[in-house]
Ligand binder design. Sequence first.
Ligand code: SF4
Length: 188
Amino acid sequence: MRLMDNEEYVKFIKIKQKEECFADPDRIKIVAQSDKNFEKVLPYLATQFPNAIYSQEAGFISYKEKRRMISIFATGKIGITYLKDEEEARQTLEKIRKKINWVYKNKDKIDISGIDKRKPLNALQIYRYLPALNCGRCGFPTCMSFAFKLLSVEVTVDKCLPLFEDSKYHKKKEDLLKLLRSAGFLKG
Ligand code: SF4
């Protein structure tokens, strides 16, 4: 898509959902949607955040900004956690919108040859390594719902406390961490 000189690729990003943040009930998390998808811009955008997790197959990048987790999806969806209020959400989204527009305009100058092309992953593969207790300690009613949330980068694996606390799940934990790393969901 060719833009006029002063034209911006992403014109707006709207907040679609707002709820209490899992990590702190005094904070909020939001889901927003852009007027454009980020399919073409995503690998270039990933180079702008050195600690970002990028999965080409799953179509997202995810990075931490202080205690905040920001996930940007190829579909144009954006999830942000640990926000003070809606005003902070709007300011953060505006910063992201400007960054995406800058990347879109400059993508010919950005080298993406070093970007990882990770394996695809689905919720069932993750579920196999969870304790299958459906205890709700992670904040979700079932292990399967937790697996889906992990896949959409709305939660981190360490929120499954039994997996990390009980030594009988040690092997499952190690295998799951390996799987998440190989799929680009974890660094290191
Ligand atoms: S804390 Fe772990 S075992 Fe319990 S429901 Fe969540 S994912 Fe399943």
